[in-house]
Each structure stands twice: as structure tokens, then as C-alpha cells.
Design a binder for this molecule. Structure first.
Ligand SMILES: *Cc1c(COP(=O)(O)O)cnc(C)c1O
Length: 496
């Protein structure tokens, strides 16, 4: 399987999957896509059903990452989705209503769905370095607003031939998120606060990536910079797996018949997770509609309904911070599939020049054939958390609640009669204070640990082990530097 950029298509030289995982972004600024989408039959899906999650993952990934051997992929998947998950990696819960099925993607070490990709991608990168004859160490640089940083640290810790440095805004992450990062274990990890906000951290990291001087200094230390960003194909491919796996589980439990269609709802920020569901559909998974759920930052709802993408708008901070995004990078992959590389390049150019583009009518029509879009404001999100808990004694984190609300709106308007798989992207315990507030429980004066306990007592559910043990862990990284590129670069070069 060859890979090409979304902005050039086959006019540039083909790359292998190992090369694209190592490289991340294409030279022309586009994202890498496989030259074709492999197709799977109903018989093939049936053959996956008796397998474990890691085996299903190895099989599905093998269709995309053809320069990896089956045993390599099996080893990676077994290590990625083993003991570091609390039980089954991606279980489907039937607790929530007639038609909704909640696909819980947060049983990994950081309690958010990014683990599903970031537990396996570092292992794929490590192999990619060998396959491409790279002898330098890959230095992963991350700027984080919270979830990605921790998931990347857990994924890359102690991975051979890799180092990782994470920058987070000193006053811009939640207490829990900060605690998760500064207690990070591993020999090859570094975490540093910067005196600025997330944009400052992101800008600093981008400047370091763009600086040839830094690259040279790192090269002298036998290192090169690499990214763990969600635009990397190595993060997308593992996300296709759990939609196919969830379908298998529903078949195995006789909740659906083999071949029966399901709708899928995904709480969306960067458009990676929902795009993976679309890929699964294109491959041949029996999927009806894909419902894109947004919070108050509803730029995607507007785009999918009107064809106009306009980031010139207010930015809101919400209870579902991982979806507080105005540039959904992975949308470019969808545009490439429906409009081709030339038009995609034009849209992206307009976006960077004016912050706005409008797709052609045929493109919008093609998108609407598969996607629906709804958004959920803060009040509706809180009411959904409370309502679902009241009815089913089931806790949904704010991101998941946004998706449940969107799925309910979709079902009300469309009545497809299909089961609807809702992607659940974080443990409610990651957002315990907002959960309690939404449930109408007073948290006044409580510290972080007591808030977790209160949510546990109230909901009669256990605190996930990775969060419960945080409070006894030693703080390893208390450093903080200025937000200027020079200060950050010193940290990367190990001079600070
Ligand atoms: C990253 C994230 C999302 C958004 O996923 P995208 O792939 O960026 O659309 C949703 N929920 C949570 C909890 C996340 O961490």
C-alpha cells in the first residue's frame, strides 16, 4: 500500500506506511492517505468475531500497513492493548437506552480515548525507524492542552530509540491533568511547564520544528524531531479497528445480525475519530450514517450543514475541552477523498489566507450522503449527564454526553431504526468536578482527591486505578520556563 499527500496525490513519489509514520506531515503541508481503501466482506468481518482485540487490530492494521509483517503487528497490538488496559480494550455498553450502544474507549492508562492510538503508535514508530534504516533517536515534541500530552507520555515512555518532551501551559490545564503529567514515569520522558497559554506552547513548538539550526544541533546529538500529533496516519489507522471490533461484539452478543447496518455518533474535535469511522464504512463495515457531535464550538456542525468552513468566530471554553477546536485538521482527509487533491489544496490555501472556505456543491452533496451533524451547548450537556445517570445509573463524561445528546437529536429527526454506536471518549473521572456539578452535587471546598471519592460514592462506580494512584506518586517534573522559543529549545536540547 502506497501513501500520498492530500494536497498532491499521485503527482509526488509514493511512500510506505513506515515512512509516513516516521514523517508525520507531508512535505507540501498535506496529510498522508493510502492510495486506496482496502475492502472487507461480511465473511471477513465474521472471521474477526471470534478473535481477541489485539488479533483483530493486527488483522485490520495489516490491510493498511503492508510493509509490517503480521507477527510484528500482532506483537505491537498485544503489547499495546494488554495489561495497561483495565480489562477489554474497547467494550460496548448496552446500558444506555433502546438504540444507543456506548463504545467505551477510555479503559487505557490515561483514561481517555487517545490511548487507543497512542499505546500502539510508538511501537509502530520504533519499527518504522528500523525499517527505514534510521539510526538517530526520534525526539517527540508535544505541546498539550491536557489529554494528548499525558497519553503521548504513557505511549512513548521507555520506547527504544525515542525520547519525548511535553510542554504544557502553567495555568492552562486542570489540576488532574497537571498531576498526571508531572508524576510521569519513564527514563526517556521530560515534562516542562511554560509561563504562557496553550497557544504560546504550540507556537514555541512549531518554531522549534521549523528551525534548521535546532535540527542541526539535535543532529549532532544523533537526534531528529518527530511529532505525535493526530494528523499522523499512525494515529488514525488504529482508530479504524475499534469500530469494526465493536460491530463484531454486537454481532457476537446477538444484539445485531451480521450484515445489519448501524449508525455511529462521535464527539468530534480534530475530526480524527469520526474520520476513522468513515474509513471503516468505506471498507465495507455495514454503517448507515455518521453523526458528527460538536460542543458550543460548532464550526463542524455549520460546515457539514452548509459547506462553509469559517473559523472567524468566537472561541468558547467548555466542559468538553478536548473538543474546543476551531481548526479540525483531519477534515482535510475527507475533502481529499470527495474532492481530490487539487481542490483540497485550494480549500486549505483559502483557509490559511482568510480563515474561510466554501466547498463546491458536489462536494457538499457527497459529504451529506454520509454525515449528519448536531451540536450540544453547555446546558444541554449538563442535562444529558444528569438525565442519563438518572435513567440508567450510567455516568457519561462531558464529551460523551455531547455525543449522546447529538445521537438523541438525530434519532428524533431521522428514525432510521438502526442501533447507534456512540463513541465514549473519556472516563467521567477525568472531569469529576463538572460531572458532580452537572448532577447537582455540591463540591464546595473539596480538593481533587475528595472530588473523585465523592463522584465514586455518588455513582457507586470505582475510581479508575490510574487516577486513584496519582495522589501517592512522586512529582518528577516541577520545571517551568519562559514562553519564548529560546527557553523552550534549551529544554529540548537538555541544557535546562
Ligand atoms: C481528542 C478528544 C476528542 C476529539 O477527537 P478528535 O479525533 O480530535 O475529533 C473527543 N473527546 C476526548 C475526550 C478527546 O480527548
Amino acid at each position: 500500500m502506497n501513501y500520498y499527500s492530500t494536497r498532491s496525490g499521485k503527482t509526488t513519489a509514493p511512500k510506505t506506511s513506515a515512512e509516513v509514520i516516521k514523517q508525520g506531515l507531508a512535505e507540501d503541508g498535506g496529510l498522508f492517505m493510502p492510495e486506496s481503501i482496502p475492502s472487507i466482506t461480511i465473511d471477513y468481518i465474521e472471521s474477526l468475531c471470534p478473535l481477541t482485540y489485539p488479533k483483530r487490530a493486527a488483522k485490520v492494521l495489516g490491510l493498511f500497513l503492508t510493509d509490517y509483517t503480521e507477527s510484528e503487528l500482532e506483537d505491537c497490538a498485544k503489547a499495546a492493548y494488554g495489561d495497561n488496559f483495565d480489562g477489554y480494550a474497547a467494550p460496548v455498553s448496552k446500558l444506555v437506552g433502546e438504540d444507543l450502544r456506548v463504545l467505551e474507549l477510555w479503559h487505557g492508562p490515561t483514561c481517555a480515548f487517545k490511548d487507543m492510538a497512542l499505546q500502539i503508535m510508538p511501537r509502530l514508530l520504533s519499527l518504522a525507524l528500523k525499517k527505514t534504516g534510521e539510526n538517530r533517536t526520534a525526539h517527540i515534541l508535544v505541546a498539550t492542552s491536557g489529554d494528548t500530552g499525558k497519553a503521548a507520555l504513557e505511549g512513548y515512555k521507555d520506547v527504544e530509540q525515542v525520547k519525548i518532551t511535553v510542554f504544557y501551559p502553567e495555568d492552562g490545564v486542570s489540576n488532574m491533568q497537571k498531576r498526571q503529567m508531572i508524576t510521569q514515569e519513564g527514563k526517556n520522558v521530560n515534562v516542562c511547564a511554560i509561563k504562557g497559554n496553550f497557544d504560546d506552547a504550540q507556537t514555541g513548538v512549531k518554531q522549534i520544528f521549523a528551525d534548521k539550526n535546532t535540527a542541526e544541533k539535535l543532529s549532532e546529538k544523533n537526534m531528529f524531531l518527530s511529532s505525535a500529533n493526530s494528523i499522523n496516519w499512525g494515529r488514525l489507522a488504529p482508530q479504524v479497528v475499534y469500530y469494526i471490533s465493536a460491530y463484531c461484539d454486537l454481532v457476537a452478543e446477538k444484539d445485531i445480525k451480521l450484515g445489519e447496518k448501524v449508525d455511529i455518533t462521535v464527539p468530534t474535535g480534530n475530526f480524527g475519530n469520526i474520520f476513522a469511522a468513515y474509513i471503516a464504512k468505506l471498507m465495507g463495515l455495514p454503517v448507515g450514517r455518521l453523526i458528527c457531535a460538536s460542543n458550543k464550538n460548532n464550526i463542524l456542525t455549520d460546515f457539514l450543514n452548509t459547506g462553509v468552513y469559517d473559523r472567524n468566530r468566537a472561541f468558547y471554553t467548555t466542559m468538553s475541552p478536548s473538543m474546543d477546536i476551531l481548526i479540525s485538521s483531519n477534515l482535510e482527509r475527507l475533502l481529499y477523498l470527495v474532492a481530490g487533491p487539487e481542490r483540497t489544496k485550494g480549500y486549505m490555501q483559502k483557509l490559511s489566507e482568510t480563515g474561510r472556505y466554501e466547498v463546491d456543491a458536489d462536494v457538499l452533496a457527497a459529504i451529506k450522503e454520509n454525515f449528519s451533524a448536531y451540536y450540544c451547548d453547555e446546558d444541554n450537556c449538563a442535562e444529558t449527564i444528569k438525565g442519563i445517570f438518572g435513567k440508567y445509573s450510567y455516568l457519561t463524561d462531558p464529551h460523551t454526553a455531547v455525543a449522546v445528546y447529538a445521537a438523541e437529536q438525530f434519532i428524533k429527526e431521522n428514525k432510521t431504526g438502526l442501533k447507534n454506536i456512540v463513541a465514549s471518549t473519556a472516563s467521567p473521572y477525568k472531569f469529576a468536578a463538572d460531572e458532580l456539578k452537572s448532577l447537582g452535587v455540591n463540591t464546595y471546598g473539596l480538593g481533587d482527591e475528595d472530588i473523585l471519592k465523592k463522584l465514586s460514592d455518588y455513582s457507586k462506580t470505582p475510581i479508575p486505578a490510574p487516577l486513584a494512584t496519582l495522589f501517592t506518586k512522586e512529582v518528577r517534573f516541577s520545571g517551568s520556563v519562559g514562553k519564548d522559543k529560546e527557553s523552550m529549545e534549551k529544554v529540548v536540547l537538555g541544557q535546562e
